[in-house]
Design a protein around this ligand. Structure first.
Ligand SMILES: NC(=O)c1ccc[n+]([C@@H]2O[C@H](COP(=O)([O-])OP(=O)(O)OC[C@H]3O[C@@H](n4cnc5c(N)ncnc54)[C@H](OP(=O)(O)O)[C@@H]3O)[C@@H](O)[C@H]2O)c1
Length: 238
């Protein structure tokens, strides 16, 4: 107890929580919707290689099973609905074009699940990539609007699928910005990113600030084209 100006005693403040004190997520089953594409396969490969149980989803179960077999490390394949049903945490890795429809159709399967959206709404023309402005503000906010019974977060936007899928690369040297409304959910996703050697998951705000995180990928694509690179992000002084 501490003494206040009025002489009353107030309860002592709990010490601030260490932001790097993250939960153990090693037992969570991770599903990846659209897991047959480069981003989904890359994330599945890295997480499974780090010891996570991973199921990749597809619109066509056989396609997912074939991709899972290629990936090894115990990865399983199923259709998107079964993937959502069997997973604790579900990464959304479908193209922006199919985002709304896919999530709408899986509302029941995704109820209660921790959903991690990594979709970047981008357009391309002859000048390169540019950010689209979704009606809801961002892909993540669209997910939150379509999935009122799920716990929606956003992360993994700035990764290079090429690097993720390259078995010769031991460490993925990058930070992952994690956004969400509920601290415990964000911390689970931060911890999941931290399972991949070289990666840190860093809290980066609420979903209303997801648009600029998603949009930044247009800039990274410009960097990659000019420098023939697979650029990622590091946040300094954190
Ligand atoms: N590629 C990257 O480096 C990268 C990095 C960070 C974030 N992302 C984001 O991750 C997402 C996936 O990227 P990607 O490059 O892996 O994309 P992709 O190859 O175009 O799509 C991924 C998978 O989604 C499924 N799919 C395709 N069209 C669909 C539709 N209309 N509705 C539902 N599912 C559909 C396909 O699987 P089935 O045919 O088997 O169903 C496809 O293999 C994108 O939103 C992207 O912005 C990508």
């Amino acid at each position: 107890m501490t003494s206040t100006d009025s002489g009353q005693t107030a309860p002592a403040k709990a010490p601030a929580k260490d932001p790097w004190d993250l939960p153990d997520v090693s037992e969570l089953v991770v599903g990846v919707l659209g897991g047959t594409g480069p981003q989904g396969k890359g994330l599945a490969y890295r997480l499974a290689r780090a010891g996570q149980k991973v199921i990749i989803g597809s619109r066509v179960a056989d396609r997912a099973r074939a991709a899972a077999e290629e990936l090894g490390h115990g990865v399983e394949g199923a259709d998107n609905a079964e993937t959502a049903r069997r997973s604790d945490l579900v990464i959304v890795a479908v193209p922006w074009d199919g985002h709304g429809k896919t999530l709408e159709a899986l509302r029941e399967e995704l109820a209660g699940k921790l959903v991690v959206d990594c979709v970047n709404p981008l357009g391309f023309d002859k000048s390169g990539a540019y950010a689209l402005k979704p009606e809801e503000g961002s892909a993540a906010e669209q997910a939150a609007a379509l999935l009122p019974d799920s716990r929606v977060t956003a992360a993994f936007h700035h990764l290079s699928a090429v690097l993720l899928q390259d078995p010769e690369i031991e460490q993925i040297d990058t930070d992952v910005m994690v956004l969400g409304e509920v601290r415990a959910d964000v911390e689970i996703v931060q911890a999941l990113a931290g399972r991949i050697p070289g990666m840190r998951g860093i809290f980066a705000g609420r979903l209303r600030n997801a648009h600029q995180v998603e949009s930044l990928v247009a800039n990274l694509i410009s960097v990659n084209r000019r420098y023939k690179a697979h650029a990622g992000l590091r946040l300094t002084d954190v």
